[in-house]
Design a protein around this ligand. Structure first.
Ligand code: HPA
Length: 277
């Protein structure tokens, strides 16, 4: 049985600065954690210190829950995410998202790296995610449901909030940043896809592919957070070019896209926070 979120929060709250209530949460994917460096007066909690996160599912030094102000807005950042392909459990992923909710966040901004299934969305570009296809082997809500967290069955028609999409589009166009829109398909990974898989995914209507996002968004919607998601396009998906996909290549283009995200997210947060007062 998972540790109840109320128990997890007892530990987390010990780290939270007095009178600090973040309203916007963020997940910063690999290569995108530079945003967390912009936080003023940051306070961080290592994931290892959080009960219920199984030690085996936490890798790397930068796995921190960081809290502070970004553009004068109090935010909570999940710096480093848990992936199913590393052996992370749905339980641990759910715990992290529910912590963000219980800290006070009404909005979750999800960032990720993704491969593009569209010729016009190139490495280094950004794509705002408008819907998803869950191609991972399970659902984080399967199993006993805690009614105090959210209902047994949830609709997913509006998983990616339309109002937040409009705001993000407006912020991007003010900054002169091209923002593609598309449907994200999740794979378990860690192998990249075969060209045949990508051809199939394109027929299904997918525009971007990656190994995260979907479990986090399902859990966030279950506990009532509004979600916005933007992908850093790091490569054209398998078989779409002669180039082979490598982790190193994805990191290089991830950096290019991260520079755009570092401008877009603070502007978007400013806009979104107006809705919270
Ligand atoms: N496939 C899956 N995940 C990814 C990719 C990809 O092509 N690029 C970045 N993350």
């Amino acid at each position: 049985m998972p540790i109840p979120i109320s128990e997890v929060m007892e530990t987390v709250q010990r780290y939270v600065p007095k009178n600090f209530t973040p309203r916007i949460g963020m997940i910063l994917g690999s290569g995108l954690s530079s945003l967390a460096e912009q936080l003023s007066n940051p306070v961080s909690i290592p994931y290892q210190a959080i009960p219920g996160l199984h030690a085996g599912s936490v890798t790397g030094h930068a796995s921190l829950l960081a809290m502070g102000h970004l553009n004068d807005i109090p935010v909570a950042c999940l710096r480093g995410r848990l992936h199913l392909y590393e052996g992370a459990t749905y339980e641990s992923i759910s715990t992290l998202i529910r912590i963000v909710k219980h800290l006070g966040c009404h909005i979750l901004i999800v960032t990720c790296a993704a491969g593009s299934l569209r010729e016009e969305a190139l490495p280094g570009d950004l794509m705002m995610i408008t819907d998803h296809i869950n191609f991972q082997p399970g659902n984080p809500l399967a199993g006993p449901n805690d009614e105090s967290v959210g209902p047994r069955f949830i609709g997913m028609e509006d998983a990616y909030d339309l109002g937040l999409q409009d705001m993000m589009s407006a912020s991007a166009s003010r900054l002169g940043i091209t923002l593609h829109k598309g449907v994200y398909i999740s794979t378990l990974g860690p192998s990249f896809e075969t060209p045949a898989e990508i051809r199939a995914f394109r027929r299904w209507g997918a525009d971007a592919v990656g190994m995260s996002v979907v479990p986090e968004v399902i859990v966030a919607r279950h506990c009532g957070m509004r979600v916005a998601c933007v992908a850093a396009i790091t490569n054209l998906a398998a078989g779409m070019t002669q180039e082979k996909i490598t982790h190193e290549g994805t990191l290089q283009y991830g950096e290019l896209a991260a520079r755009k995200l570092t401008k877009l997210i603070p502007a978007f947060i400013k806009e979104a926070s107006n809705e919270l007062v």
